[in-house]
Design a protein around this ligand. Structure first.
Ligand code: ITT
Length: 204
């Protein structure tokens, strides 16, 4: 198959890195920063991952001739009724940082007295939207169940990875290798659905 250009509709370099590791054999992977015609900041006004991924994919694909793939993702914590959810990127306030987000998450869990692993259950979710010329072609989702630690461990990955231990493992995504994370993660699951779909729907 001839490799077509796919623009990842994201400004998050960590997402680009993880997604490119899976898609590079099949696509010429680029990102929003490679296309000056893509507006700097696409406002994420939706209240679901699907709504926000759609906003990013549609706006980006309007601006360029290549396919656009957006990832909207985040962490849902059961004890916090699903927070931070779609607010994951800015949970600790703006300007946002992973340190501030992780600190707020630990504070909220401490406030609830959620010390036992059973009270610290969480999952990452990812929704991918593929669009071309402003039209949504397909959507894919993935989730990864796990538990949150009481303090960060490890420096791999990004965001909440140092706090998140995937189910069946003893190490956080911050301690596991990128390859292992990609086999287990919400993003990896959604990307493999995308690859399966591509076999039936090769890009024109
Ligand atoms: P773009 O909108 O430009 O793609 P973003 O980082 O703002 O970048 P989102 O709005 O989808 O993206 O927010 C995702 C946030 O959820 C991200 O910033 C992290 O805080 C968290 N998150 C998502 N996937 C994660 C992962 O694999 N590991 C750790 N944290 C993750």
């Amino acid at each position: 198959m001839e490799r077509k250009t796919l623009c990842l509709a994201t400004r998050n370099a960590h997402k680009v890195h993880e997604i490119a590791a899976i898609l590079a054999p099949y696509w010429d992977v680029k990102c929003s920063a490679d296309f000056p015609e893509v507006v700097e900041e696409i406002e994420e006004t939706g209240d679901t991952f699907l709504a926000n991924a759609t906003l990013k994919a549609v706006a980006t694909s309007h601006a360029i001739s290549a396919y656009a793939l957006a990832d909207d993702s985040g962490l849902e914590v059961d004890a916090l009724d699903g927070a931070p959810g779609v607010f994951s990127a800015r949970y600790g306030g703006i300007p946002s940082s992973a340190e501030k987000n992780n600190a707020r998450l630990l504070e909220e869990l401490a406030r609830l007295g959620a010390l036992a692993p059973g009270q610290r259950r969480a999952r990452f979710r990812c929704v991918l939207v593929l669009a071309k010329a402003g039209e949504v072609l397909a959507t894919f989702d993935g989730a990864c169940e796990g538990t949150l630690l009481l303090a960060p461990q490890g420096a791999n990955g990004f965001g909440y990875d140092p706090l998140f231990v995937p189910a069946g493992f003893k190490k956080t995504f911050g301690q596991l290798s990128e390859k292992t994370k990609n086999t287990l993660s919400h993003r990896g699951h959604a990307l493999r659905k995308f690859l399966a779909w591509l076999k039936l729907n090769p890009p024109q």
